[in-house]
Structures are given as structure tokens and as C-alpha cells.
Design a protein. Structure first.
Length: 161
């Protein structure tokens, strides 16, 4: 029989809050928000750079296995999610996740429609450049991307159990 040992861990924040004279939760949250605000511009820059890399990615020659380029496109999509996620950019995350889903669904040995990469890169550029109040436009772009995913992966349109 295997024994499981449980070792409780506390976060650095909880340690600071629990110490006498430590931070109040409100002050800690304000500091965390300020830290995130400081990183937001850096995140935008990283996302923009990843989208530019995705846009520059070319379809491999027909005599070359596309797996390496597809893996690179997947990694870029994943990096966009990583950089945009903490800053409530669900729009960018959904678009990049759709791209990753389509790459995941690619059948080995079957030709891959490279226009999928191009369309997602253009949509990501457009979403990134939209003003914050352009919610209707964002929704429309994401709906169109979702339709493409649903056409390419019919099971993607089915609700999860």
C-alpha cells in the first residue's frame, strides 16, 4: 500500500498577511493590482510580437513535413494565451485557443489548410488593435472564428458533457 504524505504550503502573500504588523488583505490586493497594471504593457508587447511571428509563418514547401511548422504555430498560439490570460484578454485567448484546437485536430499525413493560420493571425491582429469599447466587433470576429472551427472540427460545436 502506498502512503501519501500531505505537506501544507502557504503562499508568500498569506505569510505576509498572517505576520503581526503584516499587510491587510486590501493593501495586498491593491499592490497586486498595481503590479499587474505595470505588467500589462509588457504583456501587450509580447502578444503583439507573437502575433507578428504567427503572421510571418509561411506554409512549408509541399515536399516538407508540415509538423514542425504546425508545432511552431501551436506554440505561438499557446504563448499568446499565456501572455494575454492574466490580463482578462479572453478575446485573444479564445481566438488563439481555436487555432490550437484546429492544429490539434490536424490529421497526420493529411494536407493542412494553411489559410487557417493566416486567418487566425489576421483576426488576432485585428482584435489586439480594437479599442476597449468595440465589444460588438470582438464578438463578431470570435463568432466567425468559432464557425470556422466548427466546420473544420464538427465535434467542436457540440456542448461538453
Amino acid at each position: 500500500m502506498t502512503a501519501v504524505m500531505w505537506k501544507p504550503r502557504t503562499s508568500r502573500l498569506s505569510t505576509i498577511i498572517d505576520q503581526p504588523g503584516g499587510l491587510s488583505v486590501g493593501v495586498a490586493m491593491a499592490q497586486a493590482r498595481a503590479n499587474l497594471d505595470n505588467l500589462k504593457a509588457e504583456s501587450q508587447s509580447i502578444v503583439a510580437e507573437r502575433i507578428a511571428r504567427l503572421s510571418a509563418l509561411q506554409a512549408p514547401p509541399t515536399d516538407q513535413d508540415p509538423v514542425l511548422r504546425l508545432n511552431e504555430a501551436y506554440e505561438i498560439g499557446s504563448a499568446i494565451i499565456d501572455a494575454a490570460g492574466p490580463f482578462d484578454r479572453d478575446d485573444l485567448c479564445k481566438a488563439a485557443a481555436g487555432l490550437c484546437d484546429l492544429i490539434d485536430a490536424a490529421l497526420p499525413g493529411a494536407p493542412f489548410d494553411w489559410r487557417i493560420i493566416t486567418v487566425h493571425a489576421q483576426a488576432l491582429q485585428l482584435i489586439l488593435g480594437l479599442p476597449e469599447d468595440a465589444e460588438e466587433t470582438r464578438t463578431e470576429i470570435l463568432a466567425n472564428l468559432h464557425q470556422m472551427v466548427a466546420r473544420k472540427i464538427p465535434a467542436a460545436d457540440q456542448p461538453a458533457d
